[in-house]
Design a protein around this ligand. Structure first.
Ligand code: IMP
Ligand code: MG
Length: 178
């Protein structure tokens, strides 16, 4: 696996330090409240697992899985819900946890969908953000790192289902993604 990586963008230590900071910020911002963390499967699970342990407040987990609707999706932002929530979000403080925001289309759809279920509040926390690629303007409340337009893997992020278990975030070699 390591031989497929061209460059490490964020080391394990850098990720841990940033996740800790985000956890402190969330602990402060949500003081006295319970957070319903909604992880977007599958990429967000590693980040969410670490982030949750950096939050010193009661936290409940739920997950959603979404997929793009074929080729038209890139332009329309229509996504299909593959797995819906188990919990009712009404009256809850919802925090959507994502691995990366690229075009923003997936998250924009998810945000509107969840808003219609009447949460008490709803915010977005993403580990990585590629603002250059944005097509849909999503309000990102918590940002781990802003990155340039590179395809990255590791710490939950995959290429063709692989590399999610790398403990760092890196750029795969070109020949790997062909
Ligand atoms: P978008 O914001 O709707 O374009 O889609 C975001 C989703 O695309 C993320 O949740 C990831 O699953 C995937 N994605 C976007 N950029 C990358 C990347 O650099 N590496 C791995 N997955 C990515
Ligand atoms: Mg994802």
């Amino acid at each position: 696996m390591l031989e497929d990586i061209q460059e490490v963008l964020f080391s394990e230590d850098e990720l841990a330090a940033r996740v800790k900071e985000l956890g402190l910020q969330l602990t402060h911002d949500y003081a006295g409240q319970e957070i319903l963390m909604i992880g977007v499967l599958r990429g967000a699970i590693i980040f969410m697992a670490d982030l949750a342990r950096a939050i010193q407040l009661p936290v409940v987990f739920d997950f959603m899985a979404v997929s793009s609707y074929g080729a038209s999706t890139t332009s329309t932002g229509v996504v299909r819900i593959l797995k819906d929530l188990d919990e009712d979000v009404e009256g809850k403080h919802v925090l959507i946890v994502e691995d990366i925001i690229d075009s923003g289309l997936t998250l924009n759809y998810l945000l509107e969908n969840l808003k219609s279920r009447n949460p008490r509040s709803i915010k977005i926390c993403t580990l990585l953000n590629k603002p250059e690629r944005r097509k849909s303007n999503v309000p990102v409340d918590y940002n781990g790192f802003i990155i340039p337009d590179h395809f990255v893997v590791g710490y939950g992020l995959d290429y063709a289902g692989k590399y999610r278990n790398l403990p760092f975030i890196g750029i795969p070699k070109k020949e790997v993604c062909e």
